[in-house]
Ligand binder design. Structure first.
Ligand code: PNS
Length: 162
C-alpha cells in the first residue's frame, strides 16, 4: 500500500495555510503529491507553471514533495497515481459542508480512497487564496498570509497592465 497522499486544490496562490498542511502532511505521510486542479470553470490569476513554481520554492529541498497538476476528476487522478489518501485542510466551520459533500462524493466514486482532514492552525484560520488576491489587488498587506516570494509574485501580477 502506498503511503503517499494527494493534497489537491487550486493553490492560486499558495498561502501559509497550504504550507502548514504540507509540512504537517509530510510528518504523517511518506510522500505528498500536491495536485493542482486545472479547473476550466475558474479563471486563475496564476498559470499552472507559476503556481507549481511558487509551491516548489517554498520547499526547495523536500524530496518527499511532488508538485503536479491534473485535469478532470480528482478520484481518477488519485487512482492513476495509486494513492489511497486525499488530504484536505479544514478551516472555519464554513468549509465543512463543501468538504463533506466532496468527501462523500469521492467515496461514492471509489470507497477505497479515503479523504483525511487536518484542522488548519489557528493562526491560518481565515487565510484564503481568494481573499489574499482581493487584498493584494488593492495594494493591501498580505505578508502574514503568504510567503515572501508569493507576495512578490502577487505584486508583480497586479502592477502589470492586464
Ligand atoms: O482549493 P480548492 O479550489 O478548494 O480545491 C477544490 C478541488 C480542486 C479539490 C476540487 O474542486 C476538485 O477535486 N476538483 C477536481 C474535479 C472533481 O473531482 N470534482 C468532484 C469533486 S467531488
Amino acid at each position: 500500500m502506498s503511503r503517499a497522499a494527494i493534497y489537491p486544490g487550486s493553490f492560486d496562490p499558495l498561502t501559509y495555510g497550504h504550507v502548514s498542511i504540507i509540512e504537517r502532511g509530510l510528518r504523517v505521510f511518506e510522500k505528498i503529491i500536491v495536485g493542482i486542479a486545472i479547473n476550466v470553470r475558474k479563471d486563475p490569476l496564476f498559470t499552472v507553471k507559476e503556481r507549481t513554481d511558487l509551491i516548489r520554492q517554498s520547499f526547495p529541498d523536500e524530496s518527499r514533495l511532488e508538485v503536479d497538476s491534473f485535469q478532470g476528476l480528482l478520484i481518477d487522478y488519485a487512482q492513476l497515481r495509486g494513492c489511497q489518501v486525499i488530504l484536505r485542510g479544514l478551516r472555519a466551520v464554513s468549509d465543512f459542508e463543501y468538504e463533506l459533500q466532496m468527501a462523500n462524493m469521492n467515496r461514492k466514486l471509489d470507497d477505497t480512497i479515503e479523504t483525511v482532514f487536518m484542522m488548519t492552525e489557528e493562526s491560518h484560520f481565515y487565510v484564503s487564496s481568494g481573499l489574499v488576491k482581493e487584498v493584494a489587488r488593492f495594494g493591501g498587506a498580505v505578508s502574514d498570509q503568504v510567503p515572501d516570494h508569493v507576495e512578490e509574485a502577487l505584486a508583480n501580477k497586479f502592477s502589470d497592465p492586464q
